[in-house]
Structures are given as C-alpha cells and as structure tokens.
Ligand binder design. Structure first.
Ligand code: SIN
Length: 304
C-alpha cells in the first residue's frame, strides 16, 4: 500500500483524512471511535463556545438529493464541560483538533487556551458558520476581523492555529491571506453554504431556522475551486473539505493543492469506517497510477 502517513502544520497523521467539525464530534467516545474503528488520521471536535448553547431546535437537519442541509445552530456543552470529552478522545492516539467559535478575539483566545490545556494538537477557528448570528460570516467575511482573531489566538497558545473559511465571500484568497499574515498555520476550506429547502405541501421552509448550511456532494466543486485558489496564494498547508465521499474525491482536493481532506457528510452514508475506506481508495488510486507519495499528487492540477 502506498505511504499515506503525513505531517501537516506539525501534526503527525497516519493518513490524510480528518473528521470534519460538526459530525459526531461532541463526545470523546465518538471521536475515539472515529480514530480507532474509523481509521481517521485526525479528528476535529464539534465547535465549542464559551457557554453551553442549545442551538436552533428541530427540524435542524435534512438529507437532500446531493447533500445535507443543517441548521444545528452551534449547540455545544460549553468549553468548561469539554475537558472530559477531550481526555477520552486523546486516548485514541491521533491528533485531536479543537474547533472553537466566538464573537470576539479575546473570547477566541480564551477558548483556545482552554483547548490547549485539554491537550488539543491544534485549534480550528470556526469563522464561517453560515447561519448562526454573530458567530460566523459577520467576522469570517472581513479580512481585518479574521486577522485580529488569528493574531489574538496565536498570542495566546503555542499549538498550531487553523482557520476554517467560508466560500461565500467575493474573494476567499483575501481572507486566507489575512489569516496567513496574522500567523495562522493552516487554512481549512470550505465550511457549508447558506441554503434553504421549502416544503411545497405546506408552503414553508422545512428547517426551524429556515436557513441552513449545505454540505456534501453538491458543494464539492465549490470546495475544490476554493482550495485551488487559496493554495495558489498561501504558503501554509490547505485542508480541503466539502463533499469528500471517496478516494477519488480526496485525490481531486489533493490535486487542487490540499495537503489533507476533512470528511463529514459521507460518514452518514459510508459509516464511521469512511476514513479507512477513503484512505484505502487513495492508496489504490496511487498504485494504479504509479504515484509513490502524496507529495506527487498535492497541487498536481496547479502545475505546482
Ligand atoms: C452548526 O452547529 O450549526 C454548524 C456549525 C457550522 O456550520 O460551522
């Protein structure tokens, strides 16, 4: 089997697949299983805030033809209750990346400090939730605010800092460059896209929050484009996310310039084994096409 072990922003991973934030990332037990039974190279927790939060209420998740529409609304137990979950997750032996959200640079820094204290290998700044007032695009679409948050977090912790970006901005590379200039160690692209489903029999939006974030196959071309554009401008690694279901999807992101991929929606379809399956499919693709290392693939479509 081709060598899939990789190192991203100092994180040692058995393979280039990570659990994306938002899917099965709220308990230590499920994060543990995603590594040990599922074969993920790293896991990202559900986004955690300063205070416990209930979220938007049901219905908050819909399966659509080509993806999943969710408006969870950032439900989470609050950072002070998350240490026990982290302790369980860490026993799996893979890097655990703490996803955090907030509305100010100082609160992001406080959350990151706690995540570092819990043993997180890195922190992922959720700057891109498309449907939670105050906590997403208000900040994530403004390069100056993104830079301020990244810089506050970088001053607060020693671990690597990742910024997860939204594609719903005129120029995602401007946001990525602002994050990189402020010291960010990797860019994650993309978060879900603002979308809606209407029940035509009752004439109303289906989601309680009306608007949600679309993930899955429908957004993969947007994610691949975003990674391609970002990887052409920044020096830090880019982690691709959005619609990775198969090894071929992952290779597409790698060829666009991603160093690793996150998998979320596919877990609902392929089960928690999705990470091991996608990794085996990447290795199979490499063997069939005589690629010896991931580095030969990363950025190939860009002419490097
Ligand atoms: C949620 O919990 O609402 C999803 C988070 C996100 O889309 O960033």
């Amino acid at each position: 089997m081709a060598e899939l072990r990789t190192r991203i922003a100092g994180l040692e991973m058995e393979n280039p697949t990570m659990l994306a934030s938002g899917i099965l990332g709220q308990t230590g037990e499920s994060l543990f299983r995603i590594v040990r039974e599922g074969g993920a190279g790293a896991v990202v927790t559900k986004s955690i805030g300063l205070e416990p939060r209930e979220g938007h209420g049901s219905p908050c998740l819909l399966e659509l033809d080509n993806g999943i529409l969710n408006a969870m609304g950032l439900p989470n137990p609050g950072i002070d209750s998350f240490g026990e979950e982290m302790a369980v997750a860490l026993k799996a032996g893979a890097p655990v990346i703490g996803s955090i959200f907030s509305d100010s640079p100082s609160n992001f820094a406080a959350l990151a400090r706690k995540m570092e204290g819990y043993g997180a290998a890195a922190v992922e700044l959720n700057l891109s939730c498309p449907h939670a007032e105050k906590f997403g695009l208000d900040t994530g679409s403004d390069p100056a605010k993104v830079a301020e948050i990244v810089s506050a977090v970088k001053s607060a912790v020693k671990m690597p800092v990742f910024a997860k970006l939204s594609p719903m901005v005129p120029d995602i590379t401007a946001i990525a460059l602002a994050a990189e200039d402020a010291g960010c160690d990797a860019i994650v692209a993309i978060n879900t896209m603002r979308a809606m489903k209407i029940d035509i029999d009752i004439g109303k939006p289906v989601l309680r929050n009306k608007v949600g974030g679309l993930s899955g196959r429908a957004i993969k071309p947007v994610g691949v484009r975003a990674v391609y554009e970002i990887a052409g401008r920044v020096k830090v690694p880019v982690i691709g996310a959005g619609g990775v279901y198969t090894g071929r999807d992952a290779v597409e992101y790698l060829m666009a310039g991603a160093s690793a991929v996150q998998i979320g929606s596919a877990v609902r379809e392929r089960g928690i084994g999705a990470f091991g399956i996608v990794s085996a499919e990447i290795a199979e693709f490499m063997k069939e096409n005589k690629y010896k290392s991931l580095n030969e693939i990363i950025g190939l479509a860009r002419g490097k």
